[in-house]
Design a protein around this ligand. Structure first.
Ligand code: HEM
Length: 459
């Protein structure tokens, strides 16, 4: 501790704009944008360059000099060069002793080097205090200053004082700093910008998998069956009729999969008699991607609504209605008004509309700007209570749509159940389990467990 205090005494003043300049190694896009921002925040900036006299345009008011001279003049040095060019720093090690080196670098791919860039830098210059920071910001974000979505700067490093110095600078630039700990976290920070929607991966795979499975199931049951058994080519139905089955079916299943892990977790807690045991990993991961599952489900339900809206203008539908009317005229027949049919169709449309309305509400309340303005109770009321109500409406919509079809043998083409029946399995299970949890004995135990009570099994 003593050593750190002695060697870092100039560092604590490194970020005071009144004091000496800050140094940037590297005159590329990132170096220039960072220099510009530092200037605006009132710092003096010097650039260290291999060719100080021909390094292209730099922000007005800054100065370019050799690496050695620039390093000498500042206590805090931003390293804005690619890792492949770090070798020259080894040569400069004597001049960099006791200085704070800020590693802002990123790689093009994960795991191409055995150690993180910042750890490599620390090895090259053991006498300096390396801090990994700013790498999650683009040159563009630096130049334009922090915006709502891009306000955070992650940093990590082994020296607390060095991190403080970088934190002060970042704060003066208008960023919020999140300290991720020691330099061993550098790899994680360097992987951040290379992540590709990690929390969306599982839900997207699931949605694509279910869509493909139901699509093939329906092609076989509807199109191929018709062709083989009745010699009719109705392949055109793939475009609207089939899509308007696959999307709502997958949407309903995904929605129910948002609520299934919560129900499983509740039963697990009841079974274990405590909330203090960790959930299995798969359940944790599943719970963490519920928002993404819900948003994908909402997107698919929206497609279903759009497809439903165009039903009346479809050529096929208009042709069928006209043909039916003409044949009735020819045969001088009038069909009776079927009140049951009217009730049934209106009910399932209405359930669908109510379900969709709540679906949209759930989606809106999951937006950070909305959810941040809700209290925990409000958020959990919407996401849990209204969530189950949404699932109930959508499931009921599908049951009413099916009505008595399950009684008709002709519905089971090639002995397979209609796809909508398959889509009802998971939602029905979730709703029944949720109802069981409402039973007073279950509900009371669960509330006590969640308040911290533990069941002690007799030895
Ligand atoms: C089926 C309307 C919202 C799930 C249908 C059908 C219609 C319809 C007309 C029959 C389609 C056909 O004959 O092929 C509506 C309307 C909605 C709505 C007007 C709201 C504005 C929803 C929502 C869900 C959903 C939010 C939940 C995911 C289903 C399912 C089917 C269906 C699973 C059965 C698909 C099949 O196998 O044919 N809906 N719906 N609907 N709907 Fe909806």
């Amino acid at each position: 501790v003593k050593l750190e205090c002695v060697s870092l005494s100039p560092v604590s003043m490194a970020t005071d704009p009144e004091q000496g300049p800050l140094c940037i190694f590297g005159t590329g896009d990132l170096g220039r944008s960072l220099g510009q921002r530092l200037l605006q925040a009132g710092y003096k900036v010097v650039y260290g360059s291999r060719r100080p006299h021909s390094c292209g345009p730099l922000p007005a008011g800054t100065q370019a000099m050799s690496h050695e001279a620039a390093a000498k003049s500042a206590n805090l040095v931003f390293i804005c060069v690619h890792r492949e060019h770090y070798d020259f720093l080894e040569r400069l090690a004597p001049q960099l002793v006791g200085k704070v080196l800020v590693d802002v670098s990123n790689n093009l791919k994960k795991n191409i080097y055995p150690e993180a860039n910042a750890e490599f830098l620390q090895r090259l210059v053991p006498g300096a205090h390396v801090v990994k920071a700013f790498n999650t910001l683009s040159a563009w974000a630096l130049q334009n200053g922090p915006s709502d979505a891009n306000r955070q700067v992650y940093l990590c490093g082994n020296s607390v004082v060095a991190k403080q110095a970088v934190e002060e600078t970042a704060t003066k630039l208008g960023f919020t700093v999140l300290d991720r700990g020691s330099l061993s976290a550098a790899r994680e920070l360097e992987d951040f910008p290379l992540q590709l929607f990690p929390e969306w991966r599982l839900p997207i795979r699931l949605a694509v998998g279910l869509t493909a499975a139901f699509f093939f199931y329906l092609v076989i049951r509807d199109i191929i069956f018709s062709y083989v058994e009745q010699g009719k080519d109705i392949s055109f139905r793939i475009m609207v009729s089939l899509a308007n089955k696959v999307f709502p079916i997958v949407s309903l299943i995904l929605l129910s999969l948002c609520y299934l892990p919560g129900v499983i977790a509740a039963f697990l807690q009841l079974y274990r008699g405590t909330k203090y045991k960790r959930f299995p990993d798969w359940l944790d991961r599943w719970m963490l991607c519920r928002k993404q599952l819900g948003l994908l489900a909402l997107a698919l339900a929206s497609l279903h609504v759009l497809y439903t809206l165009i039903i009346p203008i479809r050529y096929y539908v208009r042709f069928r209605i006209a043909a039916h009317t003409i044949s009735q005229i020819k045969e001088n027949k009038t069909s009776e008004f079927d009140t049951t049919m009217a009730w049934r169709t209106d009910s399932y449309y209405s359930m669908g509309i109510l379900g969709y309305g709540l679906y949209v509400l759930l989606g809106l309340s999951s937006l950070p700007s909305v959810s941040n303005s809700l209290s925990w109770r409000e958020f959990s009321f919407i996401q849990s209570k209204l969530g189950y109500l949404t699932l109930f409406f959508c499931t009921f919509h599908t049951y009413l749509y099916g009505w008595d079809k399950f009684l008709r043998l002709s519905a089971y083409k090639w002995y397979t159940p209609p796809a909508y029946m398959l889509s009802l399995v998971v939602p029905s299970v979730v709703l029944v389990l949720r109802l069981l949890l409402f039973l007073p004995c279950m509900d009371r135990s669960l509330i006590r467990i969640r308040q911290g009570w533990e069941r002690t099994d007799p030895e």
